[in-house]
Design a binder for this molecule. Structure first.
Ligand SMILES: C[S@@+](CC[C@H](N)C(=O)[O-])C[C@H]1O[C@@H](n2cnc3c(N)ncnc32)[C@H](O)[C@@H]1O
Length: 155
């Protein structure tokens, strides 16, 4: 599981809740959250949900909406932020990981200022944003990334 997401969940939630993964890929984080007692669900272009368009989950509202390494791929990154907001409960948390624009291995155009601006402009509060180095040790990868992490909540 994304170790930063796991830490975030342990810090912010006293007990498991309901979560939505935007761009879940192989649904690994969804499976791990379910192991931790959460009711987690995911969507992806491969499950015919295009995050360039509005998406309202039939299971909303969620305590947590997260999205890892998807927003930097979108032509309209703002739509993912709007979708996160619309699927969250009041007091629900958002967690996003992306590659930062400065990441030579990330192929990303998004940076801290743009991403935090999108959150503030779409109603999120308590926005926290940071960039840090992470070594991807997976076979065939073995390189450094600059990870852009943003967290916030819906009032
Ligand atoms: C790098 S993978 C990350 C997967 C997973 N979140 C993870 O952390 O392992 C990016 C994912 O974004 C999905 N994706 C790309 N464009 C999308 C779109 N327009 N709508 C929904 N999903 C999209 C891809 O299908 C892929 O599963």
């Amino acid at each position: 599981m994304n170790e930063y997401l796991e830490q975030f969940v342990k810090n912010k939630f006293l007990k498991p809740g309901k979560a939505l993964d935007l761009g879940a890929g192989k649904f690994f984080d969804v499976a791990c959250l379910n192991q931790l007692g959460w009711k987690a669900f995911g969507v992806d272009i491969k499950t015919r949900v295009n995050l360039e368009k509005p998406y309202l989950s039939p299971r909303r509202p969620f305590d947590l909406v997260y999205s890892n390494y998807v927003i930097q791929k979108l032509k309209k990154p703002e739509q993912l932020i709007k979708t996160a907001y619309q699927n969250l409960k009041p007091k629900g948390w958002l967690f996003i990981h992306s590659f930062d624009k400065s990441d030579k291995n990330g192929n990303s155009k998004i940076d801290k200022k743009q991403l935090s601006g999108l959150l503030v402009n779409n109603g999120f509060v308590g926005v926290q944003c940071k960039v840090f180095n992470f070594y991807d040790n997976e076979l065939g990868h073995k390189h450094w990334h600059k990870i852009l992490e943003v967290t916030a909540y819906k009032e």
